[in-house]
Design a protein around this ligand. Structure first.
Ligand code: 4AD
Ligand code: MG
Length: 445
């Protein structure tokens, strides 16, 4: 049985088998305490092996990190700290661990653990992070499936640059003489454009997949390979889009808090002492909605010593985003109606001629966690925007046709999965919520 199942048992069990890796071993006068974990639970399972058992010599030679199988009975624990423990009758060594095993009892820095990313999931911190990651992914699917969104697998290799930032990894065959696909191709920066084709057929869709950006930004919030969730909804305007984004974040946070309580308690104690209070607050408070113009006014009046200037037409930098959400409003903030000049070609032009129906959801500690918009559904305006962005019309002919045949108002957004995990866990570096991070100069493992 799994450690998790054993620890939540309703009754004592005569004969059980447990497997796992040794976390600690202490030797008493005539017995040993072994703590094992198989990764299914935050908590270890305590095993008591009496020197009278035949395999006691094996027990005495067990190293931290060794893989073992324990036969015995599940009994109520005499000690405090756990309800159940196993009284071992037989201990089998499946694979011993070399004494050089780096994860001995003392804690290690996250920087050191990044260098042994193949072993770090065995620590309390990373075991917790990746159980939470798994649960959050499930909660995301559940959220959309319950609301009749269809899950669409958009391509990873594309010929288009959705965001128009030119930060793409090119895809070539190792032995190619001519472009393998007949034209230059890239790893996708977003599944949105293909998502729109499906939203204008299936109504409500979402994608959930890997995304690649060749940004050379070495920050705690950027990775070159990350996972994005992109819902796209026909018949949604920006207002409905912002409402969905808020409902979505709250639902996933609430789900993880409910299903991973031990992990969150651990994060709150050892990673970020304000975490639980902040998540409770996030669930209870309506997010602020703020037009970009007003955001600029607030920032100008703030008397903060920002590194980057604030002016209509300038992108909000992370320092501005964090000031709004952490200092000024002390709650998540959705900024909307951004200047047209700083946003991609597909966003819907507002009547003022200067702004587009864009929105960014900002949260404390991170800044932008979601970026979305209402899409330009009017063919002539979209064509004009694409010309202004000097896009190759042939590449996007299919995208334009979505406006030619039954065009409808539609909206969507993209959530960076790792940034959501940073929000939920309090872990402050994106490298520590991805199994094996890809960042500039770094593709180990
Ligand atoms: O704001 P972005 O670039 O928006 C899009 O890609 C749209 N096509 C989404 C849409 O409307 N369907 O990216 C969306 C989110 C960001 O808010 C951020 O959370 C995350 O993706 N993100 C990154 N996360 C980690 N590392 C990076 N380099 C990221 N770039 C964006
Ligand atoms: Mg963005």
């Amino acid at each position: 049985m799994l450690v998790k199942e054993l620890l939540s048992s309703k009754k004592a069990i005569q004969e059980v088998i447990a497997q796992g890796w040794v976390r600690t071993r202490r030797t008493g006068k005539s017995f040993s305490f072994i703590e094992i974990n198989d990764g299914s639970s935050f908590h270890n399972l305590q095993v008591i092996a009496d020197e009278s058992i035949a395999s006691y010599q094996i027990v005495e030679e067990l190293q931290v990190g060794a893989a073992v199988q324990i036969k015995g009975s599940l009994v109520e624990s005499q000690g405090s700290g756990q309800k159940w423990e196993i009284q071992a009758s037989e201990v089998t060594l499946l694979g011993n661990s070399d004494p050089s095993y780096p994860l001995q009892k003392k804690g290690h820095s996250v920087e050191f653990l990044r260098e042994i990313a193949h072993l770090r999931p065995r620590t309390n911190l990373f075991g917790s992070v990746f159980r939470v990651r798994s649960r959050a992914a499930f909660a995301i699917h559940q959220f959309f499936q319950e609301r009749h969104f269809q899950y669409i697998h958009t391509p990873i290799i594309t010929a288009s640059d959705c965001e128009g930032a030119g930060e793409m990894f090119q895809v070539t065959a190792t032995n190619e003489k001519e472009p393998f696909f007949g034209k230059p191709t890239y790893l996708t920066v977003s599944g949105q454009l293909e998502g729109e084709a499906f939203a204008t057929a299936l109504g409500r869709i979402y994608t959930f997949g890997p995304t690649f950006r060749a940004e050379n930004s070495n920050t705690s919030r950027h990775a070159n390979e990350f996972w994005m969730i992109e819902p796209e909804m026909a018949f949604y305007d920006l207002e409905a889009d912002m409402a969905l984004a808020e409902e979505f974040i709250k639902a996933v946070v609430a789900d993880v808090m409910e299903h991973c309580p031990d992990e969150l308690t651990f994060f709150n104690k050892f990673v970020d002492k304000g975490l639980k209070a902040r998540l409770d607050h996030l669930l209870e408070t309506p997010f602020v909605r703020l037009p970009y113009r007003e955001a600029v006014e607030i920032l100008k009046k703030s008397k903060q010593n920002f590194q980057y200037p604030v002016e209509f037409g300038q992108n909000l930098q992370s320092e501005h985003e964090r000031y709004l959400t952490e200092e000024h409003f002390k709650t998540p903030v959705t900024v909307f109606d951004y200047p047209k000049s700083i946003k991609p070609f597909y966003m819907r032009s507002n009547d003022d001629g200067k702004t587009v129906a864009a929105m960014d959801l900002l949260v404390s500690g991170i800044g932008e966690i979601i970026g979305g918009s209402q899409r330009e559904e009017r063919l002539d305006i979209l064509e004009a925007n694409m010309n202004a962005h000097e896009l190759d019309m042939e590449t996007y002919r299919w995208y334009l046709e979505l406006r030619k045949f039954g065009s409808v108002p539609h909206s969507g957004f993209g959530l960076g999965f790792e940034r959501l995990l940073m929000l939920i866990t309090g872990v402050s570096n994106i490298r520590d919520v991805i199994p094996f991070a890809r960042t500039p100069g770094n593709a180990e493992f």
